[in-house]
Design a protein around this ligand. Structure first.
Ligand code: GLY
Length: 407
């Protein structure tokens, strides 16, 4: 009788644990509730600085600070103008809030912060148009089908395509480093291909598609070492297409692996597989994931140091943005089957849980950002252990992907 009572107690406890703990915590809802309050606070802080918010009644020069990027040492909010590479993330977050809630107030805010970026569609001086235009107008078009947003996407894609160098089969990243590099391409540039794929699907102009696929193939050939770690910058000769240099800009050393670069690579090849159906890109994404999750210097909580080879590990800053990008990419990768699908999803869940519990800002602090402890560029002594808007963007995207997978 005693054994029977004990067994009954044990079984009941186990059942309660397995159902109860799963159900008591809704990480997605909890984070969106937090994000709703924190982003409204960020909007309020932004409007205090700009005077009248993102007033687009003035002719847009692209130079007026309007979009949150990070916080200063004194904790104050730092805004950037439309031409900054990070200008599209905050509007993107507002679109994600609209996607999650369906509340027209978020749509109104998203439109308010998206509109002033329109002039960037003609900016042919940067490769970052994917980040700037796809994350703002691209999400806006996906969710609201505004016809003028489609035009902005197509024009921006034409600007991005104008940077394609056919001999090297790459899109040039930066113009401002002409004294050092002839045609620098950074691994981050994989992310901008999503704008070209979108332009292809909207226009059926296959030029966009071919440029994106060529860039992805060239990058796959030249940016990766044997273990699927990445060089940050490859400099090409635009006449011969030969590689001139393999360097870093934001990583610790030319031969090291910059954590956010590796995360961009994972996301970029997962997305390129989605858009092309080419299994080579899927294998590439899986191999990059293998590099990340078997790395001996990846901390137990899966939030990487800013560079896998940073010399002072474990006393080096983390990069939460790399973790958030990785989590979002992993949710997508988990949908493409394979023996590691469940592992990808569980690793993404672990990252999300840890970001929620240990890296989130307190409500109405942190200049209105969601996550703390990102690193922009330690090698340049810039944005070390700070909130960064793109960490928040990919955190929300990851949460939406988690929700769409059933929570
Ligand atoms: N794309 C610039 C960066 O990741 O810092």
């Amino acid at each position: 009788m005693k054994t029977l009572t004990v067994s009954f107690f044990l079984i009941t406890t186990l059942l309660l644990q397995s159902c109860g703990t799963e159900k008591t915590r809704d990480t997605v809802a909890e984070n969106f509730d937090f994000a709703a309050r924190q982003l409204l606070y960020a909007v309020e802080l932004t409007e205090q600085i700009t005077g009248n918010g993102t007033d687009d009644s003035q002719p847009e020069t692209g130079r007026k600070p309007l979009s949150p990027r990070t916080a200063g040492e004194d904790g104050s909010l730092i805004l950037v103008p439309a031409y900054d590479w990070t200008s599209g993330f905050f509007p993107g977050e507002l679109w994600f809030m609209y996607e999650y809630t369906g509340d027209p107030h978020w749509e109104e805010l998203a439109v308010r912060f998206t509109s002033p970026l329109e002039g960037q569609k003609l900016n042919r001086g940067t490769h970052d148009l994917g980040f700037m235009i796809y994350n703002s107008f691209g999400n806006g078009f996906r969710l609201s089908k505004r016809a003028n947003y489609r035009e902005v996407i197509l024009e921006a894609a034409r600007s991005l395509a104008s940077r394609y160098k056919p001999e090297a089969k790459v899109i040039r990243s930066w113009d401002y480093t002409r004294n050092t590099w002839q045609c620098p391409v950074i691994i981050d540039n994989m992310m901008n291909l999503e704008l070209l794929f979108k332009a292809f699907s909207e226009s059926s102009d296959s030029t966009f598609y071919h440029i994106a696929v060529n860039h992805a193939n060239t990058t796959m050939k030249n940016h990766f070492r044997e273990d699927y770690s990445t060089w940050h910058v490859i400099d090409y000769d635009t006449i011969t297409g030969e590689i001139r240099h393999r360097n870093t800009h934001q990583g610790y050393a030319d031969g090291s692996t910059w954590s956010r670069g590796e995360a961009w690579a994972l996301y970029g090849y997962t997305m390129t597989y989605r858009e092309t159906g080419d299994e080579t890109f899927l294998m590439q994404a899986r191999n990059i994931a293998e590099f990340i999750f078997t790395h001996p210097r990846l901390p137990e909580d899966l939030i990487p140091y800013w560079d896998y080879d940073a010399p002072g590990i474990p006393d080096e800053p983390r990069d939460v943005s790399a973790a958030a990008i990785t989590a979002s990419a992993l949710y997508e990768l988990s949908q493409y089957g394979g023996e590691k699908a469940a592992e990808y999803r569980s690793r993404a869940d672990t990252i999300i849980e840890n970001l929620t519990d240990n890296y989130r800002a307190a409500l109405h602090s942190g200049a209105g950002f969601l996550l703390l402890h990102s690193t922009g560029a330690k090698s340049l002594n810039s944005e070390i252990d700070v909130p960064l808007v793109y960490a928040d963007y990919y955190f929300l995207e990851a949460l939406l992907r988690k929700k769409n997978l059933g929570g």
